[in-house]
Write a protein that binds this ligand. Structure first.
Ligand code: ATP
Ligand code: MG
Length: 191
């Protein structure tokens, strides 16, 4: 069982690399952003609530987000492990994840931190907005999301460092090189 957290600022490539990791290791991908966007698309109450926060570039409140994640975990039958993409985003969420996994006799093995310069992030997100029409990928909301990242999410780096689970990967350059760096961390941890 290998549970890992893929971490990084908005646009750092968490989703892109997660897809490749899933393909290689056959583990389960949980993207909280994808879960929320699916709810929005279905037009559920949860989706309506989530949309209000996402459009403002804000995080969904911890209590709600932790409940959602608990439900997703309950829905997993058999798994070789999970890659958590977009969760945790606050210290409270990290503590909750620890507890949710401990209840299932598991833990996070590694946290992989995709490091990307801010100007690269902004360019990527603006391009993604143009290509996909994703509503929160506009200049104003991107700025807010980066601020939220710095104040609420960035402190998790120290939190995982204290647990000796933090690993940095250079998150720009060739996609294959980034993947190779991530895989070498995962492979070392599995041994
Ligand atoms: P990336 O481009 O690296 O995949 P992202 O930040 O662009 O990352 P998502 O992870 O898809 O995008 O998240 C989109 C939005 O969904 C966030 O800005 C936030 O409002 C909400 N969200 C997703 N995960 C969480 C979470 N764990 N806690 C609170 N809000 C969340
Ligand atoms: Mg994503």
């Amino acid at each position: 069982m290998l549970n890992s957290v893929i971490f990084g600022a908005p646009g750092s490539g968490k989703g892109t690399q997660s897809e490749r990791i899933v393909e290689k290791y056959g583990i389960t991908h949980i993207s909280t952003g994808d879960v929320l966007r699916a709810e929005i698309k279905k037009g559920t109450e949860l989706g309506k609530t989530a949309q209000g926060y996402i459009d403002q570039g804000q995080l969904i409140p911890d209590r709600l987000m932790i409940d959602i994640l608990g439900n997703v975990l309950d829905g997993i039958k058999e798994s070789k492990g999970v890659i958590f993409d977009g969760f945790p985003r606050t210290i409270t969420q990290a503590e909750a994840l620890e507890k949710l996994l401990a209840e299932r006799g598991q833990e996070v093995a590694v946290m992989i931190d995709l490091e990307v310069p801010e100007e690269v992030l902004i360019t990527r997100l603006i391009n993604r907005g143009k290509q996909t029409g994703r509503a929160d990928d506009n200049e104003e909301t991107i700025k807010k999301r980066l601020q939220v990242y710095h104040t609420q999410t960035y402190p998790l780096i120290e939190w995982y460092k204290e647990k000796q689970k933090h690993h940095v990967v250079k998150g720009y350059g060739e996609l294959d090189d980034i993947l190779a760096d991530i895989c070498s961390i995962i492979d070392t941890t599995r041994k």
